[in-house]
Design a protein around this ligand. Structure first.
Ligand code: NAG
Length: 136
């Protein structure tokens, strides 16, 4: 049973990786990540943990999320989510308009601060995408 689940997961992952970001896009995001680590002083270890699905409740990690979100263009300087940009980015990852609209509906919620908004949005995508799309 476990092996069966593992195979399904593996197939799912390979399938989604094909529809994943282009190498160039990926490199850009990696570059932004480096810049935001430098700008916010977040511990690198906390950022690596995010890639494994563990989101620490850390103010610097939230600042990092907002920094990245701004650089990608998902939020503007005042912290408002730019729904059009978001739709366009998600369209290159998720190949289904309904899923995209559901994701946006579920995940775009304005929180008390731009940092909280960014953090919540990233966690929400992670939890609501089959391959755990991490925009990080
Ligand atoms: C950010 O976007 C919101 C709505 O999209 C807009 O009202 C606000 O003026 C924008 N802020 C900046 C700094 O561009």
């Amino acid at each position: 049973m476990k092996l069966f689940l593992l195979c399904i997961t593996f197939l799912g992952l390979s399938f989604y990786t094909m529809a994943d970001l282009s190498a160039e896009q990926k490199q850009k995001v990696v570059g932004y990540g480096r810049e935001c680590i430098a700008e916010t002083g977040v511990e690198k270890e906390l950022v690596s943990k995010v890639r494994q699905g563990s989101f620490s409740d850390d103010p610097k990690l939230k600042a990092f999320a907002f920094c990245l979100s701004k650089k990608i263009g998902l939020q503007n300087a005042s912290g408002d989510v730019q729904a059009d940009v978001l739709k366009q980015k998600l369209a290159s990852i998720v190949n289904n308009a309904d899923s995209i609209n559901n994701l946006i509906f579920a995940c775009v919620q304005k929180k008390a601060t731009p940092e909280e908004t960014a953090f919540h949005t990233f966690v929400c995508y992670y939890e609501n995408t089959p391959n755990h799309v991490s925009i990080f």
